[in-house]
Design a protein around this ligand. Structure first.
Ligand code: ADP
Ligand code: VHF
Length: 362
């Protein structure tokens, strides 16, 4: 049976696009493009998030290691991105398709105007049947301004565009229940979006070019799945992986999407950086919020106001150990909340409809 996704974000990691010697794998890139063009013919919309700029840059120029590492990365990325997008452009053209380059920074998701500009741009590209090829603007994004990796970028794009699915192509068949190198380990086929503790089996091990590793991937995947987006982690080195994945005849890890979250919840989920206020909640409130029943946050469950906020601000909810439980929109100010703290029968501080839960994301 075919997976009936209409809008799909596909993320390809540097490791999929490069050979063992670190040079760009043009055959692999061509194969990805061929598969995308076949999927396009089925009437689906594709947004491609492609890494590989730095690796492509390294294939053009060798630089002495006496230069600053950050500047060297900027150098490789700026040269490599041209090479990478030229390859995509030529290959898509051969398939009768047009692609576009979209380079973004983390700041663009924080600034509301930039966010809307970006969203509008994707809108017009998709309306014109163009395939956006997205990457981080590595020339601008250095050190603390960077996305954790392109998995984070792909998750944000999938959420911004209300995608039905996010496919993350890496160099493993999925998330294993142990060390992937161990022959006893098996790929976990389905992960429920309420699951949160991966520490038992995911190691911090990364592939040659990997930045975030599997831990970041799993957190991004959970977040997207909780927003109603199906996430697949699969092996980009497997022949016809995209076609086979959509035909459901290849092993991969699928994060099962939660029942679709409202647009408001999606927005809250991506607004962590706007969160002004912080409130600490007790264990009872935490259990109630995380239970399968739809619960709002009541003042009786709030133990303290950590940072002040106004009515309508995004606030972070933390538990007694200061671990994040979720984000929500405050129904009233921190001043009023402080006066109601611990009291019964009061109006919710955060209504369920304006609450996004993401325990374990910090
Ligand atoms: N339980 C696990 N299952 C699968 N991969 C894992 C696991 N634990 C750690 N990893 C590592 O995560 C790597 C993939 O992440 P990453 O290096 O970021 O890839 P990419 O460059 O494709 O984004 C795998 O190559 C593997 O070494
Ligand atoms: N933006 C960088 C890649 C960053 C990145 O996250 O890479 P990867 O972990 O391989 O997906 C580049 O194009 O080289």
């Amino acid at each position: 049976m075919d997976l009936s996704y209409k809008r799909i974000v596909i993320k390809i990691g540097s490791n999929v696009l490069t050979r063992k010697d670190g040079l760009p794998d043009l055959e692999r890139i061509a194969h990805v493009v061929e598969q995308i063009s076949q999927i396009k013919k089925q009437g689906k919309e594709i947004i491609l998030v492609s890494s590989g700029a730095v690796a492509s840059g390294k294939s053009v120029l060798s630089v002495s290691d006496k230069f600053d590492a950050v500047a060297t990365r900027q150098l490789f990325a700026s040269i490599g991105q041209v090479k990478l997008i030229n390859s995509y452009s030529e290959l898509f053209e051969k398939q009768g398709l047009i692609c576009a380059q979209v380079l973004v920074t983390k700041e663009d998701f924080r600034d509301r105007l930039h966010y809307l500009n970006m969203k509008n741009c994707f809108g017009i590209l998709l309306q014109h049947n163009v395939i956006p090829v997205v990457n981080e603007n590595d020339v601008i994004s250095v050190t603390e301004l960077m996305f954790t990796d392109n998995d984070e970028l792909a998750g944000l794009i999938a959420s911004m565009l209300n995608a039905d699915a996010l496919i993350i192509l890496s160099n493993v068949d999925g998330i294993y229940n142990g060390n992937p190198a161990d022959s006893n380990s098996e790929v976990i086929r389905y992960i429920d979006p309420t699951f949160s503790d991966f520490s038992g089996f995911i190691t911090t091990q990364k592939s040659q070019f990997g930045r975030g590793g599997m831990i970041t991937k799993s957190h991004i995947a959970l977040k997207a799945a909780r927003l109603g987006i199906a996430v697949h982690i699969a092996n980009g080195k497997t022949e016809n992986i995209l076609l086979r994945l959509l035909n459901q005849d290849v092993i991969n890890t699928c994060f099962v999407p939660a029942k679709n979250a409202s647009g408001k919840k999606r927005w809250i989920a991506n607004s962590e950086n706007y969160a002004k206020g912080v409130v600490q909640i007790n264990e009872g409130a935490k259990q109630a919020l995380l239970s399968s029943k739809a619960s709002s946050l009541l003042p009786i469950g709030v133990t303290s106001i950590v940072n002040e906020f106004r009515k309508g601000d995004i606030i972070r909810l933390v538990d007694e150990d200061n671990h994040q439980v979720g984000l929500g929109i405050a129904e009233y100010s921190s001043e009023k909340a402080a006066s109601l703290l611990g009291q019964k029968n009061q109006k919710p501080l955060v209504h369920y409809d304006y609450l996004f839960l993401n325990p374990g994301d910090n």
